[in-house]
Design a binder for this molecule. Sequence first.
Ligand code: C5P
Ligand code: MG
Length: 191
Amino acid sequence: MLNLILFGPPGAGKGTQSEKILVKYNLKHISTGDLLRAERNAGTELGNQANEFISKGELVPDAVVIGMVKNFMADNTDAKGFIFDGFPRTIAQAEALDSMLTDFNTEISIVLGLEVNEDELVTRLLLRGQTSGRADDQSEDTIRNRFQEYLNKTLPIQNYYSAKNKYFGVEGIGEIDQIFESLCDHLDKIS
Ligand code: C5P
Ligand code: MG
C-alpha cells in the first residue's frame, strides 16, 4: 500500500493536491475536515459538537476524529492506499493512526509537507472564503487561531515523522502543477 500523509497548515493546498494525487496513484482520499463538515451539514450529534470547535478555529477532540478515520478505513478495506489530508493534527492522532495501520498490516509510507508562510495562508484562505461558504475562512481572527493551533499542536508531528525518516518538505508556493510535480517526484521514488 502507499499511505501518504499530506501535511501542512490550513490553506497550504492539501485538498487541491490530494485531488490530483488520488487520480495518478489510485488512492482513497480522507479529509477529516470534509467529513466533519458533512456531519455538521447533516445535523448529526457529532456534527453539532464538532461545529463548536470548527467555528472557533479550534481542534475537535482526538477521540472524535480518530473514530471517523477508523470507520473510513473499515469501509475501504479494498483500498490500494490512503491519502490522509488534515489528519493527524496531534501527536496522539499520529500514534493512533500508526496503530490503526499496523492492524491493517501496513504503515505510513511518506509524509509530504506543503510549506507556505502565514501571510500567504491568510491571503489564500480569505480569498477561498469568498466562494467556499466556510465561515472559518471568512474571519481573519479565526484563520489566525487555526494557524496557532497548527503551530502548537500539529507542527510537532513533523519531528515525529522526521525521526522515522518519513518527512519531506515541499515548496507550497507557486503553480499548482509545479507543486504537484514536486510531490510526484517523492511518490515515484517509493511507488
Ligand atoms: O482540515 P480542515 O482545514 O478542513 O479543517 C477545518 C476545521 O476542522 C479545523 O479548523 C478544525 O476545527 C477541524 N478539524 C479538526 N481535526 C481534524 C481535522 C479538522 O479539529 N483532524
Ligand atoms: Mg482541506
